[in-house]
Design a protein around this ligand. Structure first.
Ligand code: AMP
Length: 292
């Protein structure tokens, strides 16, 4: 496995592979890897000849009051994990390499970035779209892998790729959870034991929503009220938002009739966690994945 910090050397690595007609699968990450990340890498290995990942805690997607400085990092652990699933190259750039002094260019996906996390984290998706654009330009992958864990991010990236005619296929992979249901996240390491227990309410409230829909409830107002009731029993948890949106255009939905994304963000102590499910009351078997 190669560890590459420079953009030029990454391009050289890719060019060598391209000359041999190899296909490139790419997994962008912010590091502190867990099974969620590794599931994307394993899929890239299954689909493509070469798997490249990036590890970069992207300052552009954090606002000044967020956790950029204390975001968990452990490059040696990450390299060992990446190697264990057969990653071929890790692109590990410095902030200076990505955003040299005088950097000015961004990409704006309208509308899709103005709801859900876009509302509570202004500027976040502007940072996401520019880093992904830059990484795509550097790595030029055939397929890039994103997790449903960050469903809005994946949908925004898909839209950007479509609108800008970027020659890359986006694959969205299911959420990997701990055995008790908590969605894996690098930020889970911030939680103290009490918060970790309370964090289970995220998934439990989503399961409750799914059950209500299965039993025939179609009013999101009623569903959100049941979810709120469950969540507010946990004293460490503050709701940021609970939303139900159309999976294709992220438009808010009040009556659940087709495939929808139910997404929530909460603060547990100081830690902001997100989770979601996809439900489709029309299909007999409930879908829980973003279909590609
Ligand atoms: P991050 O390092 O948090 O920026 O995540 C990098 C990629 O891994 C993103 O596409 C995430 O959606 C994905 N990811 C993070 N956590 C999970 C998870 N629990 N299951 C599946 N994918 C995940």
């Amino acid at each position: 496995m190669q560890l590459i910090s420079s953009i030029r050397k990454t391009r050289q690595f890719i060019a060598t592979k391209r000359r041999k007609d190899k296909t490139i699968g790419f997994v962008p990450t912010m590091g502190y890897l867990h099974e969620g990340h590794l599931s994307l890498m394993r899929q890239a290995k299954r689909d493509c000849d070469v798997c490249v990942i990036s590890i970069f805690v992207n300052p552009a997607q954090f606002s000044p009051n967020e956790d950029l400085k204390k975001y968990p990092r452990n490059i040696n652990r990450d390299l060992a994990l990446a190697k264990s699933v057969g990653v071929d190259a890790v692109f590990y750039p410095s902030s200076k390499a990505i955003y040299p002094e005088g950097y000015l260019t961004y990409v704006n996906v309208e509308k899709f970035t103005e709801v859900l996390c876009g509302e509570s984290r202004p500027g976040h998706f502007r940072g996401v779209t520019i880093i992904v654009t830059k990484l795509f330009n550097i790595v030029q992958p055939d397929i890039a892998y994103f997790g449903q864990k960050d469903a809005q991010q994946a949908i925004v990236i898909k839209k950007m790729v479509q609108d800008l005619d970027m020659p890359v296929k986006i694959k969205i992979m299911p959420i990997i959870r701990e055995s008790d249901g908590l969605a894996m996240s690098s930020r889970n390491t911030y939680l103290n034991p009490k918060e970790r227990t309370d964090a289970l309410v995220l998934y439990q409230s989503l399961i409750r929503a799914k059950k209500m829909i299965k039993e025939g409830e179609r009013s999101f107002k009623k569903i959100v009220s049941a979810m709120r009731q469950m969540i507010t029993t946990k004293k460490t948890v503050d709701i940021d938002y609970i939303s139900c949106v159309d999976l294709d255009d992220l438009e808010p939905v009040s009556r659940i009739q087709g495939r929808v994304l139910i997404a929530l963000a909460v603060f547990i102590g100081k830690t902001r966690l997100i989770d979601n499910i996809i439900v489709n009351p029309i299909r007999r078997k409930f879908s829980s994945e973003v279909n590609n």
